[in-house]
Design a binder for this molecule. Structure first.
Ligand code: SF4
Length: 479
């Protein structure tokens, strides 16, 4: 018997779901796999909060089991049933995500049928957004609202003891309504565990050549969590909170040293939403890594207006080899309106930052969103032209998704452009495979073509394209 199960649910058929991305709302890529599971070889990451929750349970001496059902390419329903029937857990801790919403809830309902009296705690942003529907339908007992890394262990133990009055930082269903239970011990920092429970992970699942061009084992680490900005499209402030929570530089250094020594990790993906959001903290983390000289390469995301040449140089000396910058659109008007406050001047600074990054020997990777509400043929042309001139090393192009909890979702809801929110196909939300909304100037099909056009335009000049077409016609390889 195990008191508590922590379960990462499998992806649904024909999708690979990436559960921690988009602030825990999740993203997805289409796949041909007709069964639930998760295709091997995709660059996936664990839901990090589980690793903190698990370590807290260990510290509290509570028996638990962690099951990653995305670790296998095929979901084994019989094994799922047998696991729950054999161990009869008292509490299930899990997460639902937008792209897999119905499938996730079906599996939770299945677990409840297998274990009468099973209590369910939902973590993550999606459960929080749908708290009313989920609690009303009895699909979960507790929906975490905040500080989940710290207090889920306490809440799970309270449920095992049938002490609902001890629950905190969550919502429950009581007397026909959602009741919010305030937090008593809010998360102050990420130092409350000595080492997140990385030992639960099958690291053979976290090896990839996606970054840095060679196959290596990687791990995710937070030096900060949360983001106080309000970029209109971004679900992170809702999902991870607007308050900044820190893990101390010395502890981050110790984590990475252990990840390398005990698990053979050679790359770190810093999951901070904005790695340099507090330059003092970022410098201290980098200086710690310089001091330890671990020979571990890392990458991070940050804002172009929160780095300078000194910071970039220090990051390089600390092992940073790739920086991801959120550009979203290089059309001056959209760039200024969507997120970045000072418009054209900022695009000029952005261009210089890309130059500094590349000059220091790091890859400059740029995130782009196609199909935001004001996207037009002109803005697409402007974005392509800027990218062709500035030439980042790589560009990731996602479709605009009206993630719930974002300022743009609210704006589109109020203007009526989202239509009837109750009829939204939430399962279609995910950043890469398909656009879900027309913009004010482009149809869904035009947005699809715009994405393709940008992806070709920024890499190839007109002369390249003509040459490639001729080579294709001659049956030669395209350059
Ligand atoms: S800076 Fe903007 S885009 Fe980046 S995490 Fe914060 S809100 Fe999101």
């Amino acid at each position: 018997m195990t008191d508590i199960f922590i379960v990462q649910l499998p992806s649904p058929p024909r999708k690979n779901v990436f559960r921690e991305w988009s602030g825990g709302m999740g993203t997805a890529l289409d796949t041909d796999r007709p069964e639930a599971g998760h295709d091997p070889g995709y660059y996936d990451i664990p839901y990090s909060a589980y690793l903190y929750i698990a370590r807290r349970l260990q510290q509290d001496g509570v028996a638990f089991r962690y099951a990653d059902l995305q670790a296998n390419p095929w979901f084994d329903a019989a094994a799922f049933d047998a696991m729950f029937q054999a161990e009869q857990p008292g509490v299930l801790i899990t997460q639902v995500n937008l792209p897999s919403f119905d499938h996730d809830l079906d599996l939770i309902a299945r677990a409840r049928r297998l274990v009468p009296g099973l209590r369910v705690i939902l973590v993550g942003a999606t459960g929080k957004w749908f708290r009313e529907r989920i609690l009303r339908q009895g699909l979960a007992d507790v929906v975490m609202e905040e500080s989940e890394e710290l207090v889920v262990s306490d809440n799970a133990q309270a449920l095992l003891r049938n002490q609902a009055d001890q629950l905190q930082g969550c919502s429950i269903w009581r007397d026909g309504a959602v009741v919010g239970l305030p937090i008593r011990t809010p998360l102050q920092n990420l130092d409350f565990v000595d080492f997140p429970a990385y030992d639960l992970l099958d690291f053979s699942r976290y090896e990839s050549n996606l970054y840095f061009g060679r196959r290596q084992r990687y791990a995710t680490v937070f030096t900060t969590k949360g983001c106080p900005y309000r970029c209109g499209y971004c679900p992170y402030p809702y999902g991870f909170g607007r308050r900044l929570i820190y893990r101390s530089p010395a502890v981050v250094g110790a984590d990475i040293a252990r990840l390398k020594a005990e698990f053979g990790v050679q790359q770190i993906l810093f999951r901070d939403q904005v790695f340099t959001i507090n330059p003092k903290h970022a410098r201290a983390v980098c200086e710690e890594l310089v001091r330890r000289d671990l020979g571990v390469a890392w990458l991070c995301e940050t804002r172009y207006d929160l780095v300078d040449q000194d910071m970039i140089d220090l990051m390089w000396r600390a092992g940073c080899r790739e920086i991801h910058y959120g550009l979203e659109s290089a059309d001056e008007t959209m760039f200024a309106a969507v997120a970045k406050s000072d418009g054209p001047k900022s695009l000029d600074l952005f261009e210089r930052v890309i130059g500094w990054t590349k000059a220091r020997g790091m890859r400059a990777h740029v995130h782009l969103i196609v199909g935001m509400p004001d996207e037009s043929h002109t803005s697409v042309r402007n974005t392509s032209a800027w990218l062709r001139r500035v030439k980042p090393d790589s560009v990731q192009i996602g479709y605009f998704m009206p993630y719930p909890g974002t300022p743009m979702f609210e704006e589109l809801r109020q203007s009526g452009e989202l239509g009837d929110v109750e009829t939204i196909e939430w399962g279609s939300l995910g950043a890469f495979s398909n656009p879900v909304l027309p913009s004010r100037h482009l149809s869904i099909e035009q947005i699809r073509k715009a994405r393709h056009r940008i992806s070709v335009d920024w890499q190839y000049t007109l002369a390249d394209r003509v040459t490639n077409r001729l080579r294709r016609m001659a049956g030669l390889r395209v350059r």
